[in-house]
Design a protein around this ligand. Structure first.
Ligand SMILES: O=C(O)CCC(=O)C(=O)O
Length: 305
């Protein structure tokens, strides 16, 4: 059965009833996909994303590539905000971010900015986006507008690999645990302060919280992924913070082992598109004195199971 048919069956019948999706690169006809690391990440070369509306096959192949590689990258895509939003909309429903106002005319697009005089970068801690939502975003897209002459890379970590790298004993223990995820952990809150100061939307004092399984099953691939993060996970459900801390600390260190990661060097016009259901990311803050500006869109997701 081809991938398109299986994806539509998954949508109709639900995901769990079907075998995990196996993607065959041989089904690609439009895209050249080049892996950039052993664990995750691939660069898609020689494609003009403005041409998607006339080539629906390209969107389908991009969808397959993100499921296979978890994070994908494009170069030289100097899209205007409307075109960026239109590109993102092929893959899901753009959602608003609760803490920062969208750019003029585009409430679903926020600017991820670090200015020359600032020292803290937005999101500068390992995380999966807004896991304190009951239904966290399935994916995020970032488009580079201004980049520093060096540094400012973003790292990504494969949470399927992190889960698979655990012992069978710990996997069994984690299988029955939920964790409480909050927007209020101090290290994560700090990374938003500069942006809230200049483009906050009044929600800064709101504390958002959601409880999710520690191991989630990806609704499209059927694979299991670790779903806690140092930025947002406060404690296991029914455990105190003190009781949770030793096991969480182990998981936080384990899930970002270099072997599970890739690292992307940005250029103006680069796009990264990652799957928050199985990936964490970390923007490296090593470019003080230079400006870095990206546009970000998140795509609505479902309740982790
Ligand atoms: O600036 C980046 O590379 C990533 C920013 C980030 O962490 C986010 O948008 O969630």
């Amino acid at each position: 059965m081809n991938v398109t048919k299986r994806l539509s069956q998954r949508r109709r019948y639900g995901f769990s009833a079907l075998r995990p999706l196996v993607l065959r690169p041989s089904s690609r006809r439009h895209l050249c996909v080049q892996r950039i690391a052993g664990s995750l990440g691939a660069e898609i070369q020689d494609v003009d994303l403005n041409l998607l509306p006339e080539n629906p096959g390209i969107a389908q192949e991009i969808r397959e590539a993100i499921l296979e590689h978890q994070v994908i990258f494009f170069r030289n895509q100097n899209l205007k905000p409307a075109a960026f939003l239109s590109f993102a909309s092929h893959f899901g429903k753009p959602a608003e971010y609760p803490f920062v106002r969208g750019i003029d005319g585009f409430p679903e697009i926020i600017q991820v900015l670090k200015q020359e005089h600032e020292t803290v970068n937005f999101g500068g801690i390992w995380h999966s986006d807004t896991s304190y939502f009951a239904e966290p975003p399935m994916g995020t897209l970032l488009l580079a507008k201004e980049v520093p002459p060096f540094g400012g890379d973003t790292m990504f970590a494969n949470q399927y690999a992190a889960y698979e790298g655990l012992s069978e004993g710990l996997k069994r223990t984690l299988s029955s645990l939920n964790a409480v995820n909050t927007s209020a952990k101090a290290d994560a809150s700090k990374t938003r302060e500069d942006r809230i100061r200049d483009s906050g939307n009044g929600a800064a004092t709101t504390m958002l919280e959601a409880t999710h399984p520690v191991v989630r099953t990806h609704p499209e691939t059927g694979r299991k992924a670790l779903y806690v993060s140092v930025a947002h996970t406060a404690h296991f459900e029914g455990w105190t913070e003190g009781e949770s801390a030793p096991l969480l600390s182990f998981l936080f260190a384990h899930q970002i082992k270099p072997e599970f990661t890739c690292r992307f060097r940005w250029e103006v016009g680069s796009i990264a598109f990652w799957d928050n259901r199985c990936v964490q990311h970390y923007p490296v803050n090593d470019y003080h004195g230079y400006r870095r500006s990206m546009l970000r869109i998140t795509l609505a997701g479902d309740k982790p199971r």
